[in-house]
Design a binder for this molecule. Structure first.
Ligand code: ATP
Ligand code: MG
Length: 664
């Protein structure tokens, strides 16, 4: 196997037992995992007995492809490369009935969760001002990742908001269960519960694989860690790779401790350190090394550049965010006139979701193709949600969130009064809403026309349930769109074709996604499609690949950039309050260290050229405010005094005299 240094080769040749590869950014950890998969297969391990876990769907697809590429596609069977969440879906699809959920359970995304929590807060009469739905969900998610269930949550609540959240949590969880639905946290939590309480299931699931490999191990949370242990305990062939300096998901419950404790939990583990960074030039790596030294809690390790020299990274400062975007994009445009560059060689990395707008505008006006990853998800569009809700109801009509969404969308004469009576009846009978439909004619307070509309709707859904069983999926979806007259509804709502265009395209994309899914699977099912779309957060695998193939400048968050690399990287908005984020500045300590790791992740994405930019004034709520240079820039450039000053300023911005914002 060429292209491996001795330490990497050692890891790739170690084919059994527990192993930890602990190494800095760009040192070839992901490469080791990929080559090791190929090596195992070469040594006779059946591909399907290998499970590799990555952090994103995109990374999974890449790894699968590369491993097979190394083998020259000589094998028809594929290794299982998956994210934690996708793998848990597989496990739950086989076993979740043991926990009282239907095997056809629905997966609720953020939008669905918001509907459920809104209803829960309404029921316990908590107004929006006392507790925002989003905050309640964040509290619930925090509890779930910590393994805290509704009854215990009350005991953990301290503030008023947390108390209200704890009350809403119980209702939220009950609604999910009656709807036969789980949220993202449940995917992990319920899998863990299955493994803990049902030895037979754990053994059965563990016996499906002989080798387990995990990339980005530093970002596993408690549940994930216990799931891994459950799967690997018997065969002990567990290889994990990671970098404690790149742990950036503690807000999602990830604990960097798991990677540092690996040797204690697996005493016979082999530990391999990789020292050479093959990605960045020495000039870039030097900054990364210097920055990360400022973190106090880390496993100290040296990272040496395998690529000498290189252009010195630059820091650019502009008067406001518009100018910043303009100049960064102009620089890209200038470089693009040279034959050696193409749009996909450039990435603009940002910390917060407000940042990309200005860059998008500039890229558009200069007609440079770009891809925004992790911005507003495809799924947040009303049209897409409507259509997917139809598919969800057809797949599992007890999914009440989806059912309520489409019952009268487009309008078909099922008024609010009818819905209210139906709901009341269902609650009294202790049945899901859908099961109240057959009795609609006998329910008091529902008009005959209302009842007819409900009956028609139910028979539409049943008709499509049958059709999905026998006919090609994309064909059925197209005909469904016709049957519910969705196009006409759009014409009614948006008489001006200009307003309609992007909505029609969104619908078309759903059909495209279904048809792409159909052609990528041997046995495509509606349930499989819904799982896929829920897990990819609206970025359908194929859709994303298509996007990346589009060859555009990549605009993405620092979080989303983990594991990736680009020849030219722009890290924009290098200001206090953005990076480090305002939230972390308030909390100090560990929170700022996490932001520093995020900055480290950003820097180490750059292969050849790195540019930092900042604006000396930036709009907040429509008003321009002076900004302070990020302390990280001072740290990188060896100006510790200024870094401390920035930190102080950020902590008490009120103390700052007007107009005194000094630029470093
Ligand atoms: P990160 O921490 O960012 O996830 P990583 O440790 O996973 O990084 P890789 O992405 O595997 O690093 O490798 C970084 C780059 O270095 C890739 O382009 C890879 O192909 C290259 N690389 C790794 N090892 C070698 C090697 N021995 N020889 C040449 N190139 C290498
Ligand atoms: Mg990697």
């Amino acid at each position: 196997m060429s292209g491996l240094n001795p330490a990497q080769q050692d890891a790739v040749d170690t084919l059994s037992g527990p192993m930890l590869v602990l190494a800095g950014a760009g040192s070839g950890k992901t490469r080791v995992v990929t080559f090791r998969i190929a090596n195992l297969i070469r040594h006779g391990v059946r591909p399907s007995r290998i499970l590799a876990v990555t952090f994103t769907n995109k990374a999974a697809a890449e790894m699968r492809e590369r491993a097979l590429g190394i083998l020259g596609n000589k094998t028809s069977e594929q290794p299982v490369v998956s994210t934690f969440h996708s793998h848990c879906v597989q496990v739950l699809r086989r076993n979740i009935n043991r926990l009282g959920y239907p095997l056809k359970f629905a997966i609720y995304d953020r939008g669905d969760q918001e509907s459920v929590i809104r209803a829960a807060l309404r029921e316990i009469r908590v107004p929006n001002e006392s507790l925002r739905p989003g905050d309640a969900l964040n509290n619930i998610s925090r509890w779930k990742t910590a393994g805290i269930r509704p009854p215990e949550a009350v005991g953990h609540a301290q503030t008023d908001k947390e108390h209200l959240s704890a009350m809403a949590y119980r209702r939220y969880q009950n609604t999910l269960k009656t709807c036969g639905a789980v949220d993202f946290d449940d995917l992990l939590l319920l899998t863990e519960e299955l493994f803990t309480n049902h030895d037979d299931i754990r053994e059965e699931e563990a016996s499906k694989f002989d080798h387990l490999m995990i990339d980005e191990y530093q970002d596993t949370n408690g549940s994930q860690y216990r799931i891994v242990r459950g799967l690997a305990e018997a065969h002990r062939n567990l290889c994990v790779v990671g970098d404690d300096d790149q742990s950036i998901y503690s807000w999602r419950g990830a604990e960097v401790q798991h990677i540092l404790r690996f040797q204690r939990d697996w005493p016979e583990a082999k530990v391999i350190y990789l020292k050479d960074n093959y990605r960045c030039t020495a000039a870039i790596l030097e900054l990364a090394n210097r920055l990360i030294q400022f973190n106090s809690t880390r496993y100290d390790k040296d990272l040496e550049a395998a690529r000498f020299g290189g252009d010195r990274p630059q820091i650019w400062q502009f008067k406001d965010e518009e100018k910043e975007a303009e100049e960064v994009v102009k620089d890209i445009a200038r470089k693009l006139t040279q034959p050696e560059f193409e749009p996909r060689d450039f990435a603009i990395l940002f910390r917060t979701n407000e940042q990309p707008r200005a860059f998008e505008q500039q890229l558009r006006s200069m007609k440079i193709p770009y891809i925004l990853i992790g911005g507003m998800s495809f799924f947040d569009r009303k049209e897409v949600r409507d259509l997917i809700s139809y598919l969800k109801v057809i797949h599992s009509p007890i999914d009440e969130v989806a059912l309520l969404r489409i019952l009268n969308t487009p309008p078909r004469g099922i008024g609010q009064q009818t819905v209210k009576q139906l709901m009341e009846y269902a609650v009294n009978e202790g049945k899901p809403l859908w099961e109240a439909f057959p009795s609609v004619r006998s329910i008091r307070g529902i008009s005959e026309s209302g009842a007819n509309a409900v009956i028609d709707f139910a028979s539409l859904i049943r008709r499509y349930q049958k059709r999905f069983e026998t006919e090609p999926m994309s064909h059925v979806v197209r005909s469904l769109i016709g049957d519910i007259a969705y196009q006409k509804e759009l014409e009614r709502l948006y008489p001006d074709p200009k307003d309609r265009e992007s909505r029609e395209m969104a619908i078309e994309q759903v059909v495209n996604a279904v048809s792409a899914f159909e052609s990528s699977r041997k046995k495509p099912t509606l349930g499989g499609f819904l799982d896929d779309s829920a897990l990819s957060g609206g970025d359908f695998d194929n859709e994303k690949e298509k996007q990346l193939a589009k060859n555009g400048v990549v605009l993405m968050t620092l979080h989303a950039a983990k594991g990736l690399e680009f020849p030219n990287v722009y890290m924009v908005g290098m200001e206090e309050g953005i990076l480090p984020h305002a939230r972390s500045v308030k909390e100090e300590g560990a929170a700022v260290e996490e932001e520093r790791r995020l900055c480290y992740v950003g820097i180490t994405r750059a292969q050849d050229r790195l540019t930092f930019s900042l604006a000396t004034s930036r709009k907040r709520w429509g008003k321009a405010r002076p900004t302070d240079t990020s302390r990280f820039l001072y740290e990188i450039t060896g100006q510790a005094d200024n870094a401390a000053k920035s930190a102080r300023m950020a902590k008490s911005p009120r103390d700052r005299p007007k107009g005194a914002a000094k630029r470093g």
